[in-house]
Design a protein around this ligand. Structure first.
Ligand SMILES: Nc1ncnc2c1ncn2[C@@H]1O[C@H](COP(=O)(O)OP(=O)(O)OP(=O)(O)O)[C@@H](O)[C@H]1O
Ligand SMILES: [Mg+2]
Length: 262
């Protein structure tokens, strides 16, 4: 279980989180939605101690992350796979070495075991046979899949996905969603998925929480969010701009496409 309790965080004068409270139950996939810059990435960085709260707590399995000693934090990080927003592969390493990176650092497995685990993890994300490939040879979607393989290679109890489908075409996004669902079934992980892709949110989520102005505006099952009557939530899930359309383009202001028939 991951529990955020009254989490507050500011950077200088910029207040980002004003009291985020949210519980992620074992086995579920919690999707966090919200506009760009609302603090979604900042929120999950607290789970692995990449940021320290100004106030409030984040607890993983009852352990308050900001109170852990270095060794305890290292142990915690070994249980949490993190798929970063910007696929951070090491460009000078092969795909196999990228996926093996965390396994080697933990020092708990033999090279033989690592090789097997890498092959298995690449197979799970449908990237079998790419062990000797270099990251530069891969498309954006493939890099995202390798990022996923690297996270699952550690057989984590938790997976944090930061914008796993952003910047991908709809078909590739659907493939990544499918892989996340399959990973959850295969490994029984508890996940937090940050996305502004509502199609993806509905596909992979059990519950959805919307971050707005530093707090959770609404949380609920996918069906509850889809039926929300909160205008802020509706505006976001329907992808409507906050400015009224009539303020942007007066009727008739949009020119007809060239060659179109009247
Ligand atoms: N280390 C940092 N130092 C200073 N400001 C930061 C830092 N990290 C995040 N911020 C600021 O906190 C705010 C929230 O950032 P965050 O990355 O969490 O947004 P987000 O909701 O993930 O947005 P996006 O959807 O664009 O990824 C932003 O204004 C950002 O500039
Ligand atoms: Mg972000």
């Amino acid at each position: 279980m991951i529990e955020f309790r009254g989490l507050e965080k500011a950077f200088g004068a910029k207040v980002v989180l004003r009291g985020v409270s949210l519980t992620v139950r074992d086995g579920e996939t919690m999707v966090i939605i919200g506009g760009s810059g609302t603090g979604k990435s900042v929120t999950i960085k607290h789970v692995v101690g990449l940021l320290e709260p100004d106030a409030g707590t984040v607890a993983v399995d009852g352990q308050v992350v900001s109170e852990l000693r270095r060794r305890e934090l290292t142990a915690l990080r070994a249980t949490v796979g993190y798929v970063f927003q910007f696929a951070a592969l090491f460009d000078s390493m092969t795909i196999a070495d990228n996926v093996a990176f965390g396994l080697r650092r933990s020092g708990a497995m033999s090279e033989e075991q690592i090789r097997e685990r890498v092959t298995e993890s690449l197979r799970l994300v449908e990237m079998a046979g790419t062990e000797r490939t270099m990251p530069a040879e891969l498309s954006g979607g493939m890099r995202k899949r390798v990022g996923l393989a690297r996270a699952i290679a550690l057989r984590p109890k938790y997976l944090l996905y930061d914008e796993p489908t952003t910047g991908l075409d709809p078909v590739t996004s659907a493939v990544i969603d499918e892989l996340m669902i399959r990973t959850r079934e295969a490994l029984g992980v508890t996940s937090i998925v940050i996305t502004h892709d509502m199609r993806s949110a509905y596909r992979v989520g059990d519950r959805i929480a919307m971050l707005y102005e530093g707090r959770i505006r609404q949380e609920g099952t996918v069906a509850e969010i889809q039926q929300s009557t909160d205008p802020i939530v509706r505006q976001f899930i329907e992808g409507r701009p906050s400015v009224r359309a009539e303020d942007v383009a007066a009727p008739g202001a949009v020119p007809a496409a060239e060659g179109s028939q009247p």
